[in-house]
Design a protein around this ligand. Structure first.
Ligand code: KG4
Ligand code: ZN
Length: 347
């Protein structure tokens, strides 16, 4: 609908400069410039390198998004930006740019939570998010199960990782296997040719006395490293595809099992998955299988919208506008440890 507000979203919490433009729940542009190649040789994201890359990519990426959407800056009704959580210096570049655009255009500014944005992005593909819904958020920095009665104002964490995030485990295991950075996509590809039952890796926090909705991936990561080391010490070759497939199965088995249980125990009929790890092909397949068996409707955005992007920020900004939430003030900070319960920065 042409009378819905046109929102530009800016995402710079990690190594992707993402600029998205949406009208209501319609995606018009999703331009992403990634500095991932600059970090690959360090085996992880270097904050200072990421911040500089955002600064260089910001204006060209905004221009690309405007051109893709076929609109001009003057058509934009509101600016949304990730105000946290994430890398402080990286966030700062996006927040500063957003404030600059908001002041120059005299348009409202919405500082939004990166994690809530990962959930809200699904609206761009599958229409309005059913509320309440359960969200399994799995990325490089977070692994959480969230009960979402209202994506703009009420997000309740049921559990989260007590050590490594799921994506972090993928990245670390990929390093052990010499598959480069980021590790998730590489493990996903190698696992296709492997046997997921080849090695019985441990399923963390799945005992009867364990917290039902918390996750732990650190023991699994160590177990994979020990297994690979033992092989190498014995002078045997490492079956990379089998290790990748068995490790991946251990992660996605736990994630899906706990997510389904969370839905059932809370009487929630819709499960949403978001964050970079939800791009994983086996996670998507197993989640679908288990949701079908449990009578739960699964919603997962296409892989390109699971990893960090600006469209997700614009999506949450547009939802805040649609629900008449007050804009954020121009003094919002870049909040590197913004809690998931705070969906919008100070209004
Ligand atoms: O959401 P995201 O792009 O950034 C954060 O907010 O952290 O997630 C990045 C994480 C990385 O750890 C990456 O290895 C993982 O998502 N990832 C994957 C896949 N694609 C990205 N993990 C498993 N399988 C994939 N296909
Ligand atoms: Zn993310």
């Amino acid at each position: 609908m042409a009378d819905e507000p046109l929102v530009l979203g800016i995402e710079t919490s990690c190594d992707e400069t993402g600029i998205g433009i949406v009208r209501g729940t319609t995606l018009l542009a999703d331009a992403v410039a990634s500095s991932v190649d600059e970090h690959a040789r360090f085996g992880g994201v270097v904050p200072e390198v990421a911040s500089r890359a955002h600064l260089e990519a910001m204006v060209p990426t905004v221009r690309r998004a405007l051109a893709d959407a076929g609109v001009t800056m003057n058509d934009i009704d509101a600016i949304a930006v990730t105000s946290g959580p994430g890398l402080a210096g990286a966030l700062l570049v996006g927040v500063a740019a957003a404030k600059g655009y908001a002041v120059a255009l005299d348009k409202p500014l919405y500082g939004v939570n990166h994690l809530a944005s990962h959930v809200c992005v699904d609206q761009l593909e599958h229409g309005k998010l059913p509320e309440p819904c359960m969200a399994l958020l799995v990325s490089g920095g977070h692994s959480s199960l969230l009960l979402v009665p209202d994506i703009t104002a009420d997000v309740r964490p049921l559990g989260s990782t007590i050590d490594d995030a799921a994506g972090e485990a993928f990245d670390k295991v990929a390093r052990v296997l010499g598959l480069g950075f980021p590790g998730g996509p590489a493990i996903d590809r190698w696992a296709e040719a492997g046997d997921r039952k080849a090695i019985a890796f441990p399923r963390g926090l799945t005992g009867p006395r364990d917290a039902p909705f918390d996750f732990s991936f650190s023991g699994l990561k160590t177990s994979v490293a020990r297994w690979v080391e033992a092989r190498e010490r014995a002078g045997e070759s490492v079956p990379i595809a089998d290790v990748a497939a068995s490790f991946q199965e251990a992660v996605v088995d736990v994630l899906t099992r706990k997510a389904i249980r969370a839905c059932k125990e809370n009487g929630v009929e819709h499960l949403m998955m978001g964050g970079g790890v939800s791009a994983n092909s086996r996670l998507r397949a197993l989640a679908q299988e288990r949701c079908d068996a449990a009578g739960i409707v699964l919603r997962v955005p296409r892989p390109g919208l699971c990893t960090d992007n600006g469209a997700m920020v614009a999506a949450l900004g547009a939802e805040l506008v649609a629900r008449d939430r007050a804009p954020s003030t121009l003094s919002i900070p870049a909040d590197s440890s913004m809690p998931v319960t705070v969906t919008q920065a100070a209004s």
